[in-house]
Ligand binder design. Structure first.
Ligand SMILES: Cc1ncc(COP(=O)(O)O)c(C=O)c1O
Length: 387
């Protein structure tokens, strides 16, 4: 084939591939995709329906309706103290497009991009599409958090590799860890020394269980690109609404990438977004309470079953260790678990080499599904004492 060689090498994400592979198994409980099971709040749905009735069904300005930019600017100020002007906000097609637009705008061929791993699956392919180089930083031995010492070490090792961007994602997919303000401030010293841009993907910012969320741009406004959106906080994954927020000069460049990729996100979605951001400030908190109860339940059950896990303080994922007595890869383990226990989880290797030996459970699933899956897992584990 003479199609693009980078695309030829890229695969559909391990999350989707595994999910598709096990989908035909009868009566399987899926704890795979990071898809809230809760509905979009009623008032937000109504705003979307009304938008269609009112013929809000044409192009919007490229960066989104001014009303949406203003609503986003105010919402993120109220929530996290961010001080972006409305003109420094681009409404994107989910956080996914925000990641793509940010990377494609910032990177030149050969630039180095640092990424703490295991990590969400969409960063690496986009870095490659930009002809840049991804430099993973394995955080396994440091509680799955990037430390200043590890960052410093990798920066020194790659002194000649045009290091330009550090991608942060917290609360973190797939491990559910998050950072305290003090931890972020300690990282900032190293980041500033190396003069890095930070792309901070904070799509799970409303889902922190032990501490308030600190937005990275409150510490490093001059070189942070903030990514957020309504997919997780307002259970709006299918609407496709995200945001890029950054200093004006960067936004002016990003606007061009955004235009030629997508023109704008859906006008109907934007109307729903205005409602969510202006009258739905507490929507995310109600959902957080539900997820937190589920997290507490899962942690208890997994401990009883005798599995090791990373204690999650955010998002709706829990990262669990493949039992030591299983001889095989995380993909093989997850496949057996799906076939024999009829519980579907995501193999850790989907999140990079650093995820091997682990698997991810998404607890954005109903309480019944969580209970039944843990019962199945417990029975299966007891039966297969030596795997
Ligand atoms: C860390 C992270 N960033 C971005 C996204 C994509 O979000 P969206 O659905 O808004 O495109 C996800 C979705 O799972 C995610 O986990």
């Amino acid at each position: 084939m003479d199609t693009n060689q980078i695309i030829q090498k890229i695969q559909v994400s391990g999350i989707r591939r595994f999910d598709e592979a096990i989908t035909g198994i009868a009566d399987i409980i899926k704890l795979t995709v990071g898809e809230p099971d809760l509905p979009t709040p009623e008032h937000v749905k109504k705003a979307g329906i009304q938008a269609i009735r009112d013929n809000w069904t044409h192009y919007s300005p490229l960066m989104g309706f001014g009303e949406l930019q203003t609503a986003a600017s105010q919402y993120f100020h109220q929530k996290y103290g961010l001080t972006y002007a409305p003109g420094e906000v681009i409404a994107t097609v989910g956080a996914t497009e925000a990641v793509a637009t940010s990377l494609l705008t910032l990177l030149n061929p050969g630039d180095g991009v640092l990424l703490p791993t295991p990590a969400y699956t969409s960063y690496q392919p986009l870095v490659e599409l930009a002809h840049a180089n991804l430099i993973p930083i394995d955080t396994t031995n440091e509680g799955y958090k990037l430390t200043p010492a590890a960052l410093q070490r990798v920066i020194a090792e790659h002194a000649n590799d045009h290091l330009k961007v550090l991608i942060l994602n917290y609360p973190t997919n797939p491990t559910g860890v998050t950072y305290t303000q003090a931890e972020l401030t300690a990282l900032l010293t190293v980041i500033k020394q190396a003069n890095l841009y930070v792309i901070s993907d904070e799509i799970y910012s409303e889902l922190t269980y032990e501490q308030p969320h600190t937005a990275f741009a409150t510490l490093y406004p001059e070189k942070t690109i903030t990514i957020n959106g309504l997919s997780k906080s307002h259970a709006m994954t299918g609407w496709r609404l995200g945001f890029i927020m950054a200093p004006q000069a960067l936004i002016n460049e990003m606007k061009k990438t955004h235009q030629y990729l997508v023109t704008s996100t859906s006008s109907i979605t934007q109307a729903a977004g205005i409602e969510a951001l202006t009258h739905g400030l507490d929507d995310g908190q109600k959902m957080r309470a539900v997820y937190q109860a589920r997290r507490d339940y899962l942690v208890k059950r997994l401990s009883e079953i005798g599995l090791n896990y990373v204690y999650p303080t955010g998002a709706f994922y829990i990262f669990v260790q493949v039992p030591n007595d299983f001889n095989g890869t995380s993909w093989q383990f997850a496949t057996r678990l799906a076939q024999e226990a009829r519980v579907a989880v995501i193999p850790g290797s989907s999140f990079g080499a650093a995820g091997e030996g682990w698997f991810r459970i998404s607890y954005a699933a109903s309480q019944d599904a969580l209970r039944d899956s843990m019962n199945r897992l417990a029975t299966w584990r007891a039966q297969t004492a030596k795997l």
